[in-house]
Design a protein around this ligand. Structure first.
Ligand code: ZN
Length: 258
């Protein structure tokens, strides 16, 4: 096959893939939400597709589900275009994806996120779904607790000012978008947003009062020097962690189900 995206395949192709040993489906939950003045609202969706395709290549026996969006983006609603689902609706969508792919015969389901606001919900849903389908290996991917220090480490590796990769419409996301789809980036509009330590107080304000309480342009970090080549390095570094986390969770499941 020349695609990993299940929505680009026909049902006979999917059936043949399953019979040939493809047993894993990767489900990314993304968002449709403001990403500062410089990035299109589909940013997390694009990152979900790119992350899914790359992870499928690495795992070798996997396909990628249609990226779920909108997600949980209440904290972005004050800027136009952002969509959010009620938490119970979001959970329902993810549960229905899982139910369908279980029916089709997938034996491993990876639930992960390309949007900060979804991480906790996805981890929780992965747990309850794993309990619901004990014969199917249902695991979550990279968590926010793993992503945040990885971004700080990337700032050090790249010799950048701490905080420029603040996690939303920042140097990281903007550079990765320049790497994959520069047509979705308006670099002439890129402006420095909140650059500082994401202390618990800052995060509390970000999630409770909304992003504009921290940055009125909706940017956590500084995208004004974003660079596509650096975006490629960011992407690979984070996908290395994603692969490690997913393989470890699958190994844990297999050990527990021997
Ligand atoms: Zn984003």
């Amino acid at each position: 096959m020349n695609t990993y995206l299940i929505e680009e395949m026909t049902w006979p192709e999917i059936k043949a893939a399953l019979e040939a040993g493809v047993d894993t489906i990767i489900i990314y939950a993304a968002s449709i939400e403001q990403h500062g003045p410089q990035l299109a609202e589909l940013t997390d969706t694009q990152l979900g597709y790119q992350g899914g395709i790359d992870l499928a290549k690495r795992l070798g026996n996997a396909l990628v589900a249609p990226v779920i969006r909108p997600g949980l983006s209440k904290h972005h609603l004050s800027l136009p275009g952002s969509l959010t689902l009620r938490p119970e609706v979001f959970r329902g969508v993810v549960e229905d994806y899982v139910a369908c792919y279980v029916t089709h015969g997938f034996k491993k389901i990876i639930l992960t996120s390309s949007h900060g606001g979804n991480f906790q919900a996805i981890a929780d849903i992965a747990k309850t779904e794993a309990a619901k389908y004990p014969d199917v290996c249902i695991v979550s991917g990279l968590s926010l607790a793993e992503l945040t220090p990885a971004l700080e480490e990337l700032e050090r590796i790249e010799g950048l000012e701490p905080g420029v990769c603040g996690g939303h419409a920042c140097d990281w996301e903007t550079s990765v978008m320049l790497h994959f789809t520069p047509q979705h980036v308006r670099m002439d509009q890129a402006e420095r947003g909140f650059v500082g330590t994401p202390t618990p107080e800052v995060l509390e304000r970000f999630f409770t009062d909304g992003v504009v309480a921290v940055s009125e342009i909706g940017v956590m970090g500084d995208p004004s020097h974003a660079d596509g080549e650096r975006g490629g390095r960011y992407f690979k570094y984070l996908q290395d962690i994603q692969e490690r986390v997913v393989r470890a969770h699958i190994a844990d499941w297999e050990q527990a189900h021997q």
